[in-house]
Design a protein around this ligand. Structure first.
Ligand SMILES: [Zn+2]
Length: 287
């Protein structure tokens, strides 16, 4: 049960002028399984949940971004690097790179990969993308030091880093943000707590739809629809600041009528986003 009800967002939405040829595609790279009882308060001890490991391509005429990288070519090695009790059963689909190649994607368009945070299931695919990872200083420090940054440290040996800071002030209830293209179409907002530099990536589309990729503020849509947190023992294990995660979750719940909220690991949350089927060399993308 929610500790406090989240009152819905009623203020005007921040301005956005997304270009007409902007778009969004999902690249599901695999899933891993977690018991529902460990995923969300009130989850059944007998139900296994498939956790999505999905990258999202955000196309923009000034350059494309991926949000998270999913599973990479070396995901077997990455899982083996985890503590034994943290290694889940998992299923691989194609890497983000393989899916982009199959679609004829022009990799010169790709500016980089914005990771919601540096945990293994979000950064593994950096190993095959040959694109810079975009990183804020709080998350870089965590990734360099924390034991849960081991896979990040391994993949970043061969990955360039582009540093950014969130100097654009509050955005949709979150305290700090950065408007990447200057048109309000892609805004990175600070949502620390799961890790110090965790972010939400907000995307505004020409259709008027808005998305919020909230990373691991909650793992599953139950967290939004029921206000359900992680079970207390998983909060202690998984979050560097559980109280701040609760605040970020409440901010996300407040937006659910005006923004498609996508918890990183909820397979069905990606349903409204088309898969990448065909990209012609001129850059036109057909879903
Ligand atoms: Zn995760």
């Amino acid at each position: 049960m929610p500790s406090r009800p989240a009152s819905p967002w009623t203020a005007p939405m921040p301005p956005a002028r997304p270009p007409g040829d902007m778009g969004l595609w999902q690249l599901p790279t695999g899933t891993y399984s977690t018991r529902a009882a460990l995923a969300v308060t009130g989850g059944s001890p007998f139900e296994q949940r498939a956790f999505a490991a999905t990258a999202v391509l955000v196309r923009h005429p000034l350059g494309d971004l991926l949000v998270d990288a999913g599973f990479g070519a070396a995901v077997d090695e990455h899982v083996a690097m985890l503590a034994r009790m943290e290694r889940p059963p998992y299923h691989r689909a194609g890497t983000a790179r393989a899916q982009l190649e199959a679609a004829g994607y022009d990799f010169r368009r790709l500016l980089g990969v914005v990771v919601t945070h540096v945990h293994w299931d979000h950064v593994s695919g950096l190993d095959s993308l040959d694109a810079p990872v975009w990183m804020n200083s709080a998350e870089a420090g965590y990734g360099a030091e924390d034991k849960h940054g081991a896979v990040y440290r391994a993949v970043s040996e061969t990955t360039a880093t582009r540093s950014y800071e969130m100097a654009d002030g509050p955005y949709l209830g979150f305290p700090a943000s950065w408007d990447v293209h200057g048109d309000g179409s892609v805004v990175i907002a600070h949502a620390g707590g799961h890790t110090p530099g965790s972010v939400v990536v907000f995307v505004a589309l020409p259709s008027g739809e808005r998305y919020g990729f909230i990373g691991d503020l909650t793992w599953q849509l139950d967290g939004i629809t029921r206000g359900a947190e992680r079970p207390w023992f998983m909060r202690r294990v998984a979050d560097v600041d559980p109280e701040l995660v609760r605040t970020g979750l409440e901010r996300s719940i407040a937006l659910r009528d005006v923004v498609h909220i996508v918890p990183a690991h909820d397979v069905s949350a990606y349903d409204p986003i088309p898969r990448l089927e065909q990209v012609d060399p001129s850059g036109t993308v057909d879903a």
